[in-house]
Design a protein around this ligand. Structure first.
Ligand SMILES: Cc1cc2nc3c(=O)[nH]c(=O)nc-3n(C[C@H](O)[C@H](O)[C@H](O)COP(=O)(O)OP(=O)(O)OC[C@H]3O[C@@H](n4cnc5c(N)ncnc54)[C@H](O)[C@@H]3O)c2cc1C
Length: 470
């Protein structure tokens, strides 16, 4: 049988599912893309749920693969660095890279999702079905039962395979967990912090009330505020705050007075930009932040997980969506090789080869994202960290082909894997922080000499680790 006669049921038409549907349709498969929520192109989505996201090179690579990078670029606002705001309202820009062409983009989640749905819908072999929530999956038979929210009836869809892209709370993954007939490992780790979104509206003339070319951060040790620009002149601000056991936490910010007191004390220059702070604080939901890892990602060669359903991460590297789009690239590459080598596609082998190629990298970005949580809320404000960033930016500007910081390796080097970026980036950080702290990179030393020392110490540590851990 021609594998292209296969029907693929994709559950979840979010960012990953809609890109995956588009790409698999481009490869010739027949796609049913089934989504729990109403069509977001016709109905406004809930307020306060991660309105905009940072899109960077790995995500762009996924969009390019499906031919939609240029269309997505129209929705992007470049952000060149972190604009750090201290308690006195002073600001300084810490660039993401010393190379001019390296920046991240703020993009609207619904805008991007709508674009991907539009593109998928243009394909004659894609059917998109809304308002049907998956309840359970028959893993051995690639069939899934849904609740139809229009009629309240149950309905079953069956494909040759099912791909679960139904996000962090995945029902497909839950079916694997509950199945009990194979060894399914699962871990979920919550941060002690949650998040809440608030808006900086556009200025009266429609312009931006603060610099739109940066991701704004107000680092305060335990808690933090960030803001990303939107095309309409507004910013979406996200507060990251402990749920409990802190002077200020979600559990005790229960009155308008306390919310105002907290923001005026910690973020005075932001308060004046958020006229609806108190109303939004109480209206918008508080979201939890967690890391989900599981394995295997597939069962019986019939069902597989991609995107957050397989590996949800905390948002501090701005990589969850990017990693989910990169999943589509890796899956596509693996499938391509199988299609070329055989008349029929053995999905079991495809799924296993995909997981073998990918899991170490999604584990790596999960760990890097937790590292960055601490870096953003605490270290961005520290003198040692700022010295390191300054030096790294100078290296990247002066020696663009020789030095890539950990951030650049993760964010702008889509041709190296997350696990390689983690290994090299963490080692480089260790080397550079120790050298600065030990006074081994004095002002009198030329930049070239400093780079030579950092490179040598990094290599030595990598070598020692190789000897010790293989
Ligand atoms: C606060 C916050 C900020 C973030 N910032 C960034 C960022 O800056 N950059 C970045 O790259 N990533 C970021 N992320 C991560 C990013 O949002 C996710 O990694 C990305 O959305 C994953 O895409 P997905 O399609 O796998 O899952 P989702 O986008 O969650 O999509 C899942 C889809 O499945 C549907 N669904 C769920 N259950 C069912 C069901 N039972 N039946 C049918 N359909 C179902 C949902 O309605 C949804 O449409 C952020 C996340 C958060 C929480």
């Amino acid at each position: 049988m021609n594998p292209k006669n296969n029907t693929i049921v994709i559950i979840g038409a979010g960012l990953c599912g809609s890109l995956l549907a588009l790409r698999m349709a481009q490869r010739g498969y027949t796609i049913q893309l089934i989504e729990k929520r109403p069509d977001l192109r016709k109905q406004q989505q809930d307020a306060g749920r991660s309105i905009n996201l940072a899109l960077s090179d790995r995500g762009l690579k996924g969009l390019r693969l499906a031919g939609v990078e240029k269309a997505a670029a129209k929705l992007c606002i470049p952000m060149y660095g972190r604009m750090i705001h201290d308690k006195e309202g002073n600001t300084f820009l810490s660039k993401y890279s010393g190379r001019k062409d390296e920046y991240i983009n703020s993009i609207s989640r619904p805008g991007l999702n709508m674009l991907l749905l539009d593109e998928a819908e243009k394909m004659p072999n894609v059917e998109i079905i809304f308002n049907k929530g998956c309840k359970s999956v028959d893993l051995e038979n690639a069939s899934a039962t849904f609740k139809d929210y229009n009629t309240n009836e149950e309905i079953t869809y069956k494909g040759d395979i099912i791909l679960g892209t139904d996000g962090a709370g995945s029902s497909v993954r839950k079916s694997m967990f509950n199945h009990k007939k194979f060894l399914f490992s699962f871990s979920q780790e919550w941060l002690t912090h949650g998040y809440k979104e608030i808006t900086i509206p556009a200025a009266k003339d429609g312009g931006y009330r603060t610099d739109k070319g940066a991701l704004h951060i107000w680092p305060r040790g335990e808690d933090m505020l960030i803001a990303l620009p939107n095309l309409d002149g507004s910013f979406t601000v996200t507060l990251f705050l402990p749920y409990s056991h802190s002077d200020y936490c979600f559990d005790n910010l229960t009155t308008p007075e306390m919310v105002t007191e907290y923001f005026e004390k910690e973020y005075p220059d932001a308060v004046v930009l958020m006229p609806n702070l108190v109303e939004e604080f109480f209206e918008n939901p508080t979201g939890p932040l967690g890391t989900i890892k599981c394995s295997p990602w597939s069962s019986y060669g019939k069902t597989a997980l991609l995107g957050d359903a397989a590996h949800a991460i905390v948002p501090f590297y701005g990589q969850g969506m990017n990693a989910s789009f990169e999943d589509v690239v890796v899956f596509d590459t693996v499938l391509d090789a199988f299609e070329k080598s055989s008349e029929t596609v053995d999905w079991k082998k495809v799924f296993e080869a995909y997981e073998a190629a990918r899991k170490k990298d999604t584990d790596a970005i999960a760990d890097l994202a937790v590292d960055n949580f601490h870096e953003m809320k605490e270290h961005t404000a520290s003198e040692l960290f700022q010295k390191k960033r300054k030096l790294e930016t100078a290296f990247e500007a002066e020696f663009p082909d020789e030095y890539y910081s950990k951030y650049s390796l993760v964010t702008f080097n889509e041709d190296i894997t997350y696990s390689e970026a983690l290994k090299k980036g963490r080692t480089q950080d260790k080397a550079i922080l120790n050298l600065i702290d030990d006074g081994k990179l004095p002002e009198t030393m030329s930049l070239k000499e400093k780079l030579a020392i950092v490179t040598k110490v990094t290599k030595d540590i990598l070598h020692d680790d190789e000897v010790a851990f293989g």
